[in-house]
Design a protein around this ligand. Structure first.
Ligand code: ADP
Ligand code: TYD
Length: 209
């Protein structure tokens, strides 16, 4: 198995935030921007981003909210992340490519670690054992959950398990991401996602000019 720790980190960028905050829209914009600057960029996502992890994704995002406990989710998300790392992220970084991912380990820290009891210790221990990689830069898109939820539910994708936990859950997530930005000030940048797509995008692409 590839040793995760041996990989030299380069251009690994992640987007985090509550459901519907605009992560995938902004990730696409950033990928286009970096590509226009001449970089070789891959756009990936979690849960998913490799064939095996996409299979695990279906278990996680479909079905009843109480289908899995938070503890079981930690194991499934971490299994998916390990496959994503081995098959997609590490090979791309090793080849000198940039990697832009919709979500990564910060989502587990917040969704599983801080919303249904304090499970952060378990999340951190498993992360250290099985993942051991942090992004070089993380954009946390912050916005009001009411507005974000209406965007998200409007999509009706059939992948609504986490949206179906409801508004209180989304409020706890928002606070969890704000706390995370304070915990990791060097790599995390907080972005106001309540504005129009172009205004949000301008803040993000400006970092790479
Ligand atoms: P996420 O990946 O965070 O769930 P998306 O990028 O898929 O969010 O955006 C959710 C929905 O909101 C999509 O329909 C998208 O077109 C729309 N959207 C994204 N950003 C904005 C924005 N700044 N203002 C208004 N609508 C937006
Ligand atoms: P995603 O497809 O990014 O959803 P959205 O576009 O609505 O933001 O992620 C699917 C769901 O999985 C999302 O509700 C967040 C959740 N999730 C976790 O709970 N823990 C994790 O570690 C990850 C990566 C995602």
């Amino acid at each position: 198995m590839t040793s995760v720790q041996k990989i030299t980190k380069r251009q690994f960028i992640t987007f985090e935030g509550i459901d519907g905050s605009g992560k995938s829209t902004q990730a696409k914009r950033l990928v286009a921007h970096l590509t226009s600057l001449g970089h070789d960029v891959i756009h990936t996502r979690e849960p998913g981003g490799s064939a095996g992890a996409e299979e695990i994704r279906r278990l996680l995002v479909e079905g009843d909210p109480d289908r899995w406990s938070a503890e079981t989710e930690i194991l499934l998300f971490t299994a998916a992340r390990r496959d994503h790392l081995e098959k997609t992220i590490i090979p791309a970084l090793a080849a000198g490519k940039w990697v832009v991912s919709d979500r990564f380990a910060d989502s587990t820290r917040v969704y599983q670690g801080a919303t249904r009891g304090d499970l952060r210790g378990i999340v951190d221990a498993l992360h250290a054992q099985m993942i051991g990689v942090e992004p070089d830069m993380t954009f946390i898109i912050d916005m009001d959950p009411v507005a974000a939820l209406s965007r998200g539910l409007a999509r009706k994708s059939g992948e609504d398990r986490f949206e179906d936990f409801g508004l209180d859950f989304q409020e706890r997530l928002r606070q969890g991401f704000l706390d995370l930005a304070k915990d990791y000030p060097d790599r995390c940048r907080l972005i106001d996602g309540s504005r129009g797509i172009d205004a949000v995008s301008a803040d993000i692409t400006a970092v790479f000019e």
